[in-house]
Design a protein around this ligand. Structure first.
Ligand code: BEZ
Length: 255
């Protein structure tokens, strides 16, 4: 999908701010670390303090362009994570808020197992079972209504396709691919959105863009209003929107 890398940095920098604590789960003094789904590189910079070589990869050319501007001295590559070219030589794979976007999780897990050296580590965090459950349900309803009003048929939503597994489900997947799981925990992380009243619409514009793109601007505004109406009682705290994020945090070692 096409990403608005500037909106991402301006309004959704909480993604990296929360992910910062993940860095502490990686050992220091590594040789080769890959930041998988690095986005605009906000956590790739801090990673360079831990490893001799750090490569940030992302499928979005816009994100990688922004990352290169931010950190010209770091290696960034536009790349599908399922096609990482390394074999048994990566010390650690680090990934924050990215794995849920990847459709073929079996292929991804096999690829992660292939690129890591024996003893190499996966440290990642992404959406857990139930992540943005209220947001997705309200969006799906408002979106299907808007499609009907535009004379379009019901659609199978991209925003329904995210991979949000339970800790047990993901640990079992990793185990099947030769990982020893050291940590797999799910937790609620209610997440304030920047921008006051506008925060929810901005969040949808960024993260549900793939769905919204087929609607004209006025119909998109109708979706934003309907979602806000549906969620005001549960996700508006009087000054800001609080997204119902749930996270899955994992540390696993390739044997
Ligand atoms: C997240 O959990 O980081 C996320 C998942 C899907 C859309 C937007 C954010």
């Amino acid at each position: 999908m096409d990403w608005d890398a500037q909106l991402y940095d301006k309004s959704h920098d909480f993604v990296a701010a929360y992910g910062g604590s993940l860095l502490g789960l990686l050992p220091d003094r590594l040789d080769f670390v890959v930041d998988l789904g690095c986005g605009t590189g906000a956590l790739t910079g801090p990673l360079t303090a831990k490893a001799t070589r750090v490569v940030g990869i992302d499928a979005s050319p816009d994100m990688i362009a922004q990352a290169r501007l931010r950190l010209p001295q770091v290696e960034f590559l536009v790349m599908d994570a399922c096609e990482m070219p390394w074999n048994g030589c990566v010390d650690a794979l680090f990934s924050n808020a990215a794995l849920h976007w990847i459709e073929d999780q079996e292929r991804l897990t096999a690829t992660m197992a292939r690129v890591l050296r024996p003893g190499g580590m996966l440290v990642c965090e992404f959406g857990a079972r139930g992540n943005i459950g209220r947001l997705r349900a309200a969006f799906a309803e408002a979106f299907q209504t808007a499609l009907g009003s535009e004379g379009l048929g019901p659609a199978y939503l991209n925003s329904e396709r995210f991979y949000f597994p339970s800790a047990d489900e993901y640990a079992a997947r990793l185990a099947r691919h030769g990982f020893s799981v050291r940590l797999a925990e799910e937790y609620d992380r209610p997440t304030p959105l920047k921008g006051g009243k506008e925060g929810l619409a901005r969040w949808m514009s960024q993260f549900f863009a793939q769905d919204l793109d087929c609607l004209p601007p006025a119909a998109q505004e109708n979706v934003f209003s309907a979602v806000a109406d549906a969620l005001r009682a549960s996700l508006w705290d009087g000054g800001q929107w609080i997204a119902d994020y749930r996270r899955l945090r994992v540390v696993a070692v390739k044997h």
